[in-house]
Design a protein around this ligand. Structure first.
Ligand code: SF4
Ligand SMILES: [Zn+2]
Length: 198
């Protein structure tokens, strides 16, 4: 195993990263378990690629455990070609580290695995500020659903953070930034849009 994997294991307690997965609490978890090799699992993979802040951790664990059934890290592990693509994306077998620009903060960093974000941005932030911020939005009359939509996270994540359920001490910084950036106006606009559609 590479040094990167060890570092990830240290900083990503299993309960934390799973709770932050974009697939957590999805109404149709079967999307991540294609029952046929003809099923491209397009919808599940799109959620992984577009919304999941822990895609790299998920992919690393799938490779490490030899997962060969579920969609993990945005790839069908049931497909040998996609398993190889997952390993390639994570940088397995690559000897030289490459320099990439962090998509979150813009800093340049060196990585052997193909991470999009630097180590600092992949870290965790304390939940206390999020708890306060979400409850201020809720107290002002915003719904958990509209807050979740604005932050591109699951409604259950917002509810758990609001109630301090599950004893979370910290959450992934990417999610924390998205939630803390929400203003009353943002959420209000989304609520109005939803009302207009309904
Ligand atoms: S990468 Fe996909 S399968 Fe893995 S935790 Fe994220 S959403 Fe779930
Ligand atoms: Zn960064």
């Amino acid at each position: 195993m590479t040094k990167t994997v060890t570092a990830l294991d240290d900083s990503a307690p299993s309960t934390d990263w799973r709770n932050q997965a974009a697939c957590a609490g999805h109404p149709d978890p079967d999307l991540w378990f294609p029952i046929s090799s003809d099923d491209p699992a397009t919808e599940a993979k799109k959620i992984c690629w577009d919304y999941c802040p822990v895609r790299d951790v998920c992919g690393m664990i799938a490779v490490r455990t030899g997962e060969q059934y579920a969609v993990a890290g945005g790839y069908r592990t049931s497909d040998p070609d996609e398993r190889a693509q997952l390993r390639e994306w994570l940088g397995f077998g690559r000897s030289a580290a490459s320099r990439v620009r962090c998509t979150e903060c813009g800093a340049t960093f060196s990585t052997r695995a193909k991470f999009n974000t630097c180590e600092d941005c992949r870290g965790f932030a304390p939940v206390e500020d999020l708890h306060r911020h979400i409850n201020a939005l809720l107290d002002a009359g915003r719904s958990a659903r509209s807050i979740a939509a604005s932050a591109s996270v699951g409604v259950s994540t917002i509810c758990k953070l609001a109630k301090k359920e599950d004893g979370w001490q910290n959450v992934h910084k990417t999610i924390a930034r998205r939630i803390l950036a929400i203003t009353l106006d943002d959420v209000h606009a989304i609520t109005l849009d939803a009302d207009a559609v309904a």
